[in-house]
Design a protein around this ligand. Structure first.
Ligand SMILES: CCCCC/C=C\C/C=C\C/C=C/C(=O)SCCNC(=O)CCNC(=O)[C@H](O)C(C)(C)COP(=O)(O)OP(=O)(O)OC[C@H]1O[C@@H](n2cnc3c(N)ncnc32)[C@H](O)[C@@H]1OP(=O)(O)O
Length: 250
């Protein structure tokens, strides 16, 4: 995590697709805490993969899990998201590859998004037979508005880079990762002279409702997750999805 002029670039590096298991989520959470403690001036979130930003939650954490491990997984996801979404420093996602589901959530939790061409992003949970949790939905709604979010979430729509720009899911398209990082740095530079306290207060004001919805209902949210994924038909769906992903590789 190099800090250049107080700006950190956090590069996810969990091959092959940066899927988010408990350990990876813990690493991200610790990183965001450290950045806050070190009074970082801005953060760029990106990926070491040339084709994938993040494939979202690691489906193997939800497929036939032990109950306590599944609970821990979900609480760690909540912790990581609460830290990122409420970060006092400016955040940019340099989306240098596909960003389905939890990968899309990561980018939506940043303040500004730059994407490379020819990749897809969105909350595709419905297509997997699972449901994007309320706070995932809130992040999408906050980015693109009620009507577009409702349509996208019901369909589990994956947007192309161009479609994402058109609907406001991302702020800019860059030609490649290098340009993506340059544009991310330019956004952070545009924020650098703003009084930090005022900036942070306005950001948290906008995000307060979404954050408190989870903060006041964390246990209930965990229970909803557990009850949902332990349903036999949901497990069957996850099994088939995992098989389809593996078959693709074969
Ligand atoms: C109100 C009620 C609310 C109830 C809430 C309850 C439940 C909801 C809970 C959570 C919400 C879920 C959020 C999620 O994030 S679910 C994950 C969704 N992710 C996806 O659908 C992406 C799947 N992956 C892909 O589409 C592709 O892999 C890719 C990202 C486009 C990359 O393609 P590429 O061709 O480069 O790679 P491969 O497809 O060959 O994959 C390589 C390798 O990785 C494995 N893999 C891919 N994605 C995942 C994943 N998300 N988890 C685990 N493993 C993954 C894939 O199987 C391959 O493995 P192999 O061993 O075969 O090499």
């Amino acid at each position: 995590m190099p800090l250049k002029m107080g700006v950190a670039t956090v590069t996810m590096n969990r091959p092959p697709v940066n899927s988010l298991n408990t350990e990876h989520l813990e690493t991200l959470h610790r990183t965001f805490i450290r950045l806050e403690n070190e009074k970082c001036r801005g953060m760029i979130l990106t990926s070491s993969s040339p084709t994938v930003f993040s494939a979202g939650l690691d489906i193997r954490e939800m497929y036939k899990p032990e109950l306590e491990k599944a609970r821990k997984f979900w609480r760690t996801l909540q912790d990581m998201w609460l830290k990122l979404y409420s970060s006092p420093y400016p955040t940019v996602a340099a989306i240098n590859g596909h960003a389905p589901a939890g990968g899309c959530l990561l980018s939506l939790s940043c303040e500004y998004r730059v994407i490379v061409p020819k990749v897809r992003m969105g909350l595709n949970e419905t297509q997997l037979g699972i449901v994007a949790p309320q706070w995932f939905q809130d992040c999408m709604r906050n980015a693109i508005g009620e009507r577009e979010a409702e349509k996208a979430l019901i369909a589990g729509r994956m947007f192309s880079s161009e479609e994402a720009l058109k609907v406001g899911l991302v702020d800019e398209i860059a030609q490649n990762k290098e340009e993506c990082i340059q544009k991310a740095e330019a956004f952070l530079a545009s924020q650098a002279n703003l009084p930090m306290l005022a900036r942070k207060t306005v950001k948290l004001g906008f995000r307060h409702q979404t954050l408190s919805r989870l903060l006041t209902g964390r246990e209930a949210d965990t229970k909803i997750f557990i009850d949902y994924i332990f349903q036999p038909k949901v497990q069957k769906g996850l099994e088939m999805y995992l098989q389809s992903l593996s078959k693709k590789a074969a």
